[in-house]
Design a protein around this ligand. Structure first.
Ligand code: G3I
Length: 404
């Protein structure tokens, strides 16, 4: 299914006067109305953003106040736009983490994996959020300039809406899985409008249906310097400002995240990531959350200190999400590795539970048979919570117990 960018964006005009449901009603630099439509109240989200949420007034929003972390977390829950499905119930991981005050326990899937009946059943029973593993990436959605192919993304969002799941949108601006026509752009002005059009078109298409968006992904090299992508080469750090501002304008209800990997231990990358986020906040870029991917290795010595590194991310004042958790091992598996993996998963889950800014956890896939790990890291695998026969592993039990 193809859509013209203009047709999608054209339907997105917002009414003025009273702020509509889920709309922005305050924040530093905001000059619009602070009065919400009937049944909605303007509630503080962060210094740069207040939002019309369902319910009656409890406090007047300000542009500078900071709520407690707990309040911030519950605000995020209330702002969840996907309201057409039934909430998760029962004893699945999502229900258990919600009972601990978090927003969700999620997983990464797409049409290919959701079409496997065992995976479909597991997702329905266990998870509250789905992240498109590949279908919302640039090479999937706009492989030709201005021509959008959203079949896979539509499938994922429709699945979520139908089954009462929320969606973490992933990802809009990323150096990888990026079509050549973008990589080959050599004009800053052209790249700016290309980013704006890409972000606006896709976010408008799913406006009101996405909980979090990974607006920008992996802007740092492993060494901790800014990645030498076409975005950074032509626009410097401003490409983040351009993307996040377009994102906020397209879907004010979505929480906007910067996502990266290797933020799980002390490093220049973690230090520089936090510094970048603080610079973005300081100059008014609309960012709500940071994502730490957490692609981990069994027995990594930093894992027991996960809470420390989550605290550093939370020190930005933004929500923190663990976005792509898996913990791989060198195969073959044995009892020692399985026990260590259970300990490692327990540590990560408890680190999130122990930090009020940590809003939720996503594991990067359901079963070991569909994990990205074996094809990327030769000889490694068994990173997820279900085995390739769709049986729960010891790691699942460890996660479930950590949520008790
Ligand atoms: O769709 C094509 C198919 O047409 C073709 O025949 C086949 C041949 O190799 O490739 C298919 O594309 C693959 C795509 O996944 C969809 O299955 C790519 O080769 C493969 O490289 C791609 O891998 C994905 C990877 O991102 C790409 O960087 C993984 O599934 C996905 O799990 C992984 O996810 C990333 C996150 O987005 C960002 N953080 C890291 C994480 C793991 O790498």
């Amino acid at each position: 299914m193809r859509y013209s960018a203009a047709a999608i964006v054209a339907g997105a005009s917002l009414a003025a006067a009273q702020v509509p449901a889920w709309g922005q009603c305050g924040g530093i630099g905001f000059s619009g109305s602070t009065t919400c439509v009937s049944g909605y109240t303007c509630k503080y989200s962060n210094p740069y953003y207040s939002q019309c949420l369902p319910g009656t007034a409890s406090a007047t929003p300000t542009t500078t106040a900071r709520t407690t972390s707990t309040t911030s977390t519950s605000t995020s829950a209330a702002s969840t736009p996907t309201s057409t499905g039934t909430p998760s119930t029962g004893s699945g991981l999502d229900a258990k983490i919600k009972a601990k005050g978090k927003l969700y326990f999620g997983t990464a899937v797409d049409q290919n994996t959701l079409s496997v009946s065992q995976i479909d059943s597991i997702v329905k029973a266990e998870f509250g959020v789905v992240t498109p593993e590949n279908s919302m990436k640039w090479d999937s959605t706009e492989s030709t300039q201005g021509s959008f192919t959203l079949t896979g993304a539509d499938y994922l969002v429709n699945y979520a809406t139908t089954n009462g799941k929320k969606v973490r949108g992933h990802t809009l601006v990323w150096h990888s899985q990026l079509p050549g026509w973008v990589s080959n752009i050599n004009s800053a002005a052209t790249l700016t409008s290309v980013i704006q059009n890409h972000v606006t078109t896709i976010m408008t298409r799913y406006k009101g249906k996405i909980l979090h968006w990974d607006v920008v992904n992996e802007v740092f090299e492993d060494s901790g310097v800014m990645r030498n992508s076409v975005f950074y080469r032509l626009l410097g750090e401003q490409f983040l400002d351009i993307a996040f501002k377009a994102a906020r304008a397209a879907d004010p209800a979505a929480k906007l995240c910067l996502n990266d990997y290797n933020l799980d231990y002390a490093s220049d990358k973690l230090t520089n990531f936090v510094a970048l986020v603080n610079r973005l906040i300081a100059r008014g870029v609309p960012i709500d959350c940071v994502g730490t991917q957490a692609h981990l290795i069994v027995g990594n010595g930093a894992i027991p200190y996960s809470s420390t590194y989550i605290s550093q991310l939370a020190g930005t004042g933004l929500d923190v999400a663990i976005t792509e958790l898996d913990i791989r091992m060198t195969l073959p598996s044995d009892a020692t590795k399985v026990a260590q993996q259970s300990t490692d998963y327990t540590n990560v889950v408890k680190a999130c539970l122990g930090n009020t800014k940590c809003v939720g956890i996503t594991v990067w896939g359901v079963d070991d048979g569909h994990s990205w790990v074996p094809s990327t890291f030769s000889g490694q695998g068994d990173a997820l919570l279900w085995n390739s026969s769709y049986q729960k592993k010891a790691a699942y039990t460890a996660v479930s117990n950590a949520l008790n």
